[in-house]
Design a binder for this molecule. Structure first.
Ligand SMILES: [Zn+2]
Length: 509
């Protein structure tokens, strides 16, 4: 996920009618949390070779992507049986089938426990038990309890798989929760970003367990499959998720149970509220649904319009969106917007706006479905590769929907003016890790200067070639992880030009 810092900084320039965020809610539940019951399930809900639920999350004609990903990428499979003690705690059991896709044997596997990140307030992820292949296993915590290390009794050879079982419980902040309130109960909305133990990416630098700065994105992970069974006794909740809700049952004793399956996705998010209303639109058979809060019907409808237009535009410009749902969800996040696979969260602070920031933020976050969700990248060490391209994608949307004149104003305000303010103090390359910037320069350089870099590349190669580069990059790396070198290679291959001097000039390496 990512946050739209730059746009928040610039909010006052394009929109002036944002309502203040609602005060933090503190319920009596937070004082007396109900213990999470031990899950009854001894086995995961699905057979490991059953891919049929994941295909149900795919757009017709893209079901074959599930088989392709399974055979070619050998992704991690997550199955979770969870109990939600609304709204204070979630926990249960996670089964994970992990395949070693690296060129070396692995003597340990890591799981990230993001709710333990410094800066996340009043959230705690506790793993009570780990099993490897059905046997209890030792584990230890590193990186301020955000990285759980499971040593393997026998190294996992390339191509081999292992099944982990983790019992875990996570307490949920009943106020902002830090880190842009992406994991919190706030404004009557429960947002559960990154709540489960997640295996990070392993690349030529090894396991990525580093602590990321709080103002950038945290996750760097491979495409996986998720099957989630979520239960709660709390009545009247509306659930929205990455992926698709396959089943929603309320038993005679009042237990509501949802079964959820993802397509090939690199994360899964769950968001719940008793206060959600919905509006939907079919875009080329993709069901786009806006979840909005009581009193924000107008904003909810506008967000639906922006998201539907962005989805259609990016499908045309970049390539197909393969999932049969895209959800745009109003939450209490203090970021302008945050992206997840198959889901976009937009801050409730901006739902009174018409156009302006609300529109640009929605177009930006929908753009992340291509750059982050489908084409993955190292968001911690190469944030420009997704954020700058996504911000430039929102400019492309603006051009296509509103024309060049309005897009020119957006370009000046959102990209040039912000970059200039930072450059007047200290110019920096666009290709640093998040930790290479302050919070202020991160937004200005990566989102502002980075977007101008893509515009400069477009000018240098011409419109047709530029869009051919983006389409080729998308087609080649969707469901995979791309590096800056990969993008340069595609750009040079498609354009037939030596673009290294340009990339080097902007620090895009
Ligand atoms: Zn972003």
């Amino acid at each position: 996920m990512k946050k739209l810092f730059l746009l928040i900084v610039l909010l006052s320039l394009l929109a002036g009618c944002a309502k203040p965020a609602s005060p933090a809610a503190l319920t009596s539940h937070s004082l007396s949390p109900v213990p999470t019951p031990t899950p009854a399930a001894a086995k995961p809900p699905l057979a490991w070779d059953d891919l049929s639920p994941y295909k149900r999350a795919m757009l017709q004609g893209h079901e074959g992507d599930v088989e392709w990903v399974e055979q070619n990428l050998r992704p991690t499979h997550y199955q979770l049986v969870l109990t939600l003690d609304w709204p204070v705690r979630i926990g249960g059991r996670e089964w994970v089938r992990y395949t070693n896709n690296e060129g070396v044997s692995l003597s340990e596997v890591y799981f990230r426990l993001f709710p333990n990140c410094p800066g996340w307030q009043d959230s705690k992820s506790v793993v009570k038990r780990v099993q490897v292949g059905g046997e209890n296993a030792a584990f230890s915590l590193e990186q301020e309890d955000t990285a759980l290390k499971v040593p393997l009794a026998h190294p996992l050879a390339p191509g081999d798989s292992v099944i982990f079982t983790l019992d875990f419980s996570v307490s949920i902040p009943q106020h902002g929760g830090g880190n842009y309130s992406i994991f919190a109960y706030k404004d009557n909305v429960l947002s559960l970003a990154h709540f489960y133990p997640m295996i990070p990416a392993y690349d030529d630098k090894g396991w990525h367990t580093e602590l990321a700065p709080s103002y950038g994105d945290l996750t760097y992970s491979d495409t996986s499959f998720y099957y989630v069974r979520l239960r709660t006794t709390a009545p009247g909740l509306v659930l929205t998720t990455s992926g698709k809700i396959l089943r929603d049952i309320v038993s005679s004793d009042g237990v509501e149970s949802w079964d959820i399956a993802s397509g090939p996705m690199r994360d899964i998010n769950l968001v719940l509220s008793r206060d959600f209303h919905t509006a939907s639109e079919d875009v080329n058979d993709v069901m786009v649904t806006s979840y909005y809060l009581t009193g924000d019907r107008g904003g909810g409808k506008r967000v639906l319009r922006y998201a539907a237009d962005a989805l259609a535009d990016y499908c045309r410009q970049f390539g197909p969106y393969p999932f049969n749902e895209l959800d745009v969800v109003e939450t209490g996040t203090t970021a302008g917007g945050v992206e997840y696979p198959g889901m976009v969260a937009i801050s409730d602070q901006f739902y009174q706006e018409i156009g302006g920031f609300l529109e640009f933020a929605t177009a930006h976050e929908v753009g992340h479905q291509w750059w982050y969700s489908l084409v993955g990248s190292d968001q911690v060490n190469h944030p420009w590769l997704d954020e700058a391209l996504t911000n430039y994608s929102a400019y492309i949307y603006t051009q296509d929907i509103h024309g060049n004149r309005y897009a020119g104003r957006v370009f000046k305000v959102f990209f040039q003016d912000t970059y200039k303010r930072a450059a007047d103090m200290m110019d920096m390359p666009i290709g640093l890790p998040v930790s290479g910037y302050s919070q202020t320069t991160y937004g200005a350089i990566v989102y502002g200067k980075g977007a101008i870099f893509f515009h400069t590349l477009r000018r240098q190669v011409g419109d047709d070639t530029f869009f051919a580069i983006l389409r080729t990059y998308f087609r080649r790396y969707r469901y995979r992880i791309a590096t800056p070198q990969d993008f340069l290679h595609v750009a040079e291959e498609v354009s037939g030009k030596n673009l290294e001097p340009l990339f080097r000039e902007w620090g895009a390496q």
